[in-house]
Ligand binder design. Structure first.
Ligand code: TI1
Ligand code: ZN
Length: 591
C-alpha cells in the first residue's frame, strides 16, 4: 500500500492528545453532579419496578444518549452502545456497581468508559463517564479498507522516518477502535509497535482504517523519559560484583523460606523474608509469604530507557540479588524489598486488597536502574528505582512514599487505568502520591512531604513535593509564580510533563490533605475527618467510580459519592464526611 501522504505531525504528542479529546468532536463529559440536592439518598433515576439491575442500567444509559431533541435511545440501542466490563455488589454499603465500555457496532470507542452505581432499592445513584450522545445515529464505517498489515506498514514507515531503519521490531500489536479524532469519529487501527534498536520506543499510532491517515501518534517511551538522547549514549558502568548476563536468572526450584538481615540505605538493620536455594545455599531476595511473592532484583546501572522498555515488553528483571549467607549487602535492594512488603501490607490491611491486581500479583522490583537516575517508575510489569545522583536524590527505593507511589500506579492500572496525560494523568499521579503518603503512615507534616527521605541529603526538611502546602515548593517556569499549584485556577496548561501530570497532581493532593487534617484554604474552611476515613474514601473513589478519562470534576464527584456510600446522609443532610469532601474540592476550585 502507498502511504506517502502521511500526515506530518507538527503538534507534539501531549498537545495532540488534548486536541483529540477536547476538540470539537469531544464526547459529552457527563458528570451528573446533583450533590447539592440534600436527600437521604441522592438519585439520578428512580428504580422502575420489575426490572433487573441490568435492565435498569440500560434503561438509564439509554436516557443519557440519543441526539439532542430526539427521542432517547431505547434499552436495546443502549445495550448495543454499552457493554458491561465489570459488575459487582458491595455488601457493606448495599450498593451495586457497573463498569461499561462504549461501543459502536461491536467496536470499542477509544477510552470511553462509564461507572454506574445502584443503591439497595436499585435507584441509580451515580454516573461518571463519557458518552457519545449521537453515536448510534452516527455513520462510521465498520469495515476497514486497510488490512492490519497495511496499517502497521503506515506506522512503521513513520517510525523509521524518525529513528532510522528498524530491522526487527520487538513487538507489533493492532486493534480496531473507534477514534474520536478532531475531525470526527473514525474507524481506526491502534497500532502499538516497540523497538529497541536503533532507539528504544513504544510507538502508538492511530491509523485511519479507511484512508490510512495517521490521526494521532505518540511514543510512550519518549514521553516518559525526555532525556532519551542523553540516555542512548549512556555509559554502562556495572557495579562491582555485578553479574554479566543480561538475562534474568530464575529462582531455584527447590528453595526454603528463611529470614535474613541487611541494612537499608540509611544504615538501619532489618530482618526480612528471603529464600535459600536448598542445593547451593545461596540466598535470594524473594519473600514468598506475601501474595504470589515479593521479588527484588538489581540492574547494575543499565540505562533506564532500555530497561523500562525491555522489562515492559520482554519481562527483563535484571539480576538476582544473592548472598552466600543470610545477610544482604545491597542497601538499595534491602530498602526496596522491605518497602514493597510494607506497601503490600498497607493495601492488604487497610483496604483488603491482595497486591496490585487484588489477586496476589507478584511484586517485582529492580534497583540500580540507570546511572545516577533521579527517578523511579512503574512500567506495567514492575517497579524500577534509580540510585539518584547523590545530591538531588539518593537511592529512591529508600523512600517508602516513593515505593508506595509506584505500586499505586500498579493498582491504578489494574482498576481505573487513568490515562497518563493532562487531567486524568494528574489525577493518576495524585492518587499515587496520596497512597504514597498514606502507606508511609508518618505523623505530622512528614506525612505530607513526598520523597523527603531520599531528597537532597545535604538539606534538611525539604522534599520533592508537599501535599499540605504545594505552593511552598519551587518548580520553575511551569506556573506563573514558579511554585506548584494549589488551586485549579493555577493549573499548568502546557505540554511538558505529559500536560503537567506531576505538576497539577498537587491540586488534588491538597484536597486529600484538607479532607484529612481540615484547614482553611483560599477562604474555604474544611473540617478534617482523619486519615483512616480519607484513605478509604479515595480507595473507593478509585476502585468503583473513576474512569480512564476522569479529570478533576470527576474526581470530586467520585470522592463525594464514595464518602456518601461510606457515610450516608442523615435526616436529609449530608454527613460531615461528605461535607468535608465537598468543602475541600470547593477550596481547590473544583466544582
Ligand atoms: S511514575 C514516575 C514517573 C516515571 C517517569 C520516568 C520513566 C513517578 O512519578 N516517579 C515519582 C518518584 C517519586 C515518588 C519521587 C514519590 C518522590 C516521591 C516522581 O515524582 N518523579 C518525578 C521526579 C518526575 O518524574 O518528574
Ligand atoms: Zn508516578
Amino acid at each position: 500500500m502507498k502511504s506517502n501522504h502521511l500526515k506530518k505531525k507538527v503538534v507534539p504528542a501531549v498537545l495532540a492528545a488534548s486536541i483529540a479529546f477536547a476538540g470539537l468532536a469531544l464526547p459529552a463529559k457527563n458528570v451528573l453532579a446533583n450533590e447539592e440536592v440534600v436527600r437521604i439518598q441522592q438519585q439520578l433515576m428512580e428504580a422502575p419496578t420489575g426490572l433487573s439491575k441490568q435492565e435498569i442500567l440500560y434503561s438509564f444509559l439509554g436516557s443519557q444518549v440519543g441526539a439532542e431533541g430526539k427521542a432517547r435511545a431505547t434499552s436495546v440501542e443502549a445495550t448495543e452502545q454499552f457493554s458491561i466490563i465489570e459488575e459487582k455488589a458491595d455488601s457493606k454499603t448495599n450498593t451495586y456497581h457497573f463498569k461499561t465500555q462504549e461501543m459502536y457496532q461491536g467496536i470499542p470507542v477509544y477510552a470511553s468508559q462509564q461507572t454506574i452505581a445502584l443503591d439497595k432499592d436499585n435507584n441509580v445513584i451515580s454516573f461518571i463517564g463519557d458518552v457519545n450522545k449521537d453515536l448510534s445515529r452516527s455513520i462510521i464505517p465498520t469495515e476497514p479498507s486497510l488490512t492490519t498489515e497495511e496499517a502497521e506498514t503506515v506506522a512503521k514507515e513513520s517510525i523509521e522516518a524518525q529513528i532510522g531503519e528498524v530491522s526487527s521490531y520487538d513487538g507489533v500489536e493492532s486493534e480496531l477502535i473507534i477514534y474520536p479524532s478532531d475531525a470526527g469519529k473514525r474507524l481506526a487501527y491502534l497500532v502499538k509497535a516497540s523497538t529497541s534498536i536503533p532507539a528504544p520506543g513504544y510507538f502508538h499510532y492511530f491509523v485511519d482504517a479507511t484512508s490510512g491517515e495517521v490521526l494521532h501518534n505518540f511514543d510512550a517511551v519518549a514521553a516518559l523519559t525526555p532525556a532519551l538522547e542523553e540516555d542512548e549514549n549512556a555509559k554502562f558502568t556495572p557495579l562491582a560484583g555485578g553479574g554479566t548476563t543480561p538475562a534474568p536468572r530464575a529462582l531455584p526450584i527447590e528453595y526454603v523460606d528463611v529470614t535474613a538481615k541487611g541494612m537499608d540505605i540509611f544504615g538501619k538493620l532489618h530482618s526480612f523474608n528471603t529464600v535459600k536455594d536448598a542445593s547451593s545455599s545461596k540466598h535470594f531476595l524473594y519473600d514468598g509469604t506475601r501474595g504470589k511473592g515479593v521479588h527484588t532484583f538489581k540492574a547494575n546501572r543499565m540505562p533506564e530507557t532500555s530497561f523500562i522498555l525491555l522489562s515492559a515488553l520482554l519481562g527483563l528483571t535484571g539480576f538476582e540479588v544473592e548472598s552466600n549467607k543470610n545477610f544482604f549487602y545491597d542497601p538499595a535492594a534491602v530498602s526496596a524489598h522491605i518497602n514493597a512488603s510494607k506497601t503490600f501490607d498497607y493495601f492488604k490491611n487497610i483496604h483488603g486488597r491482595n497486591s496490585l491486581d487484588n489477586n496476589g500479583m507478584k511484586l517485582v522490583s529492580t534497583v540500580h536502574i540507570g546511572d545516577k537516575w533521579n527517578n523511579a517508575a512503574w512500567n506495567g510489569k514492575q517497579m524500577l528505582y534509580g540510585d539518584g545522583d547523590g545530591q538531588r536524590m539518593i537511592s529512591l527505593s529508600g523512600g517508602l512514599d516513593v515505593i508506595a507511589h509506584e505500586m499505586t500506579h500498579g493498582v491504578i492500572e489494574k482498576t481505573t487505568n487513568l490515562i497518563y496525560e493532562n487531567e486524568s494523568g494528574a489525577i493518576n499521579e495524585s492518587i499515587a502520591d496520596i497512597f504514597g503518603a498514606f502507606a508511609e503512615n508518618k505523623t505530622g507534616e512528614g506525612l505530607w512531604l513526598l520523597g523527603e527521605d531520599i531528597w537532597t541529603p545535604g538539606i534538611q526538611g525539604d522534599a520533592l513535593r508537599s501535599m499540605s502546602d504545594p505552593g511552598s515548593v519551587y518548580i520553575g517556569g511551569y506556573t506563573e509564580d514558579g511554585y506548584y499549584p494549589d488551586h485549579y485556577d493555577k493549573r499548568y496548561l502546557g505540554e511538558l510533563d505529559r500536560g503537567g501530570v506531576h505538576i497539577n497532581s498537587s491540586i488534588n493532593n491538597k484536597a486529600a490533605q484538607l479532607i484529612t487534617d481540615g484547614g482553611t484554604h483560599y477562604g474555604v474552611t474544611v473540617n478534617g475527618i482523619g486519615k483512616a476515613r480519607t484513605e478509604k474514601i479515595f480507595y473507593r473513589a478509585l476502585t468503583l467510580y473513576l474512569t480512564p478519562s476522569s479529570g478533576f470534576a470527576e474526581m470530586r464527584q467520585a470522592a463525594i459519592q464514595a464518602a456518601r456510600d461510606l457515610h450516608p446522609d442523615r435526616n436529609g443532610a449530608p454527613s460531615l464526611e461528605v461535607q468535608s469532601v465537598m468543602a475541600a474540592y470547593d477550596a481547590i476550585g473544583v466544582y
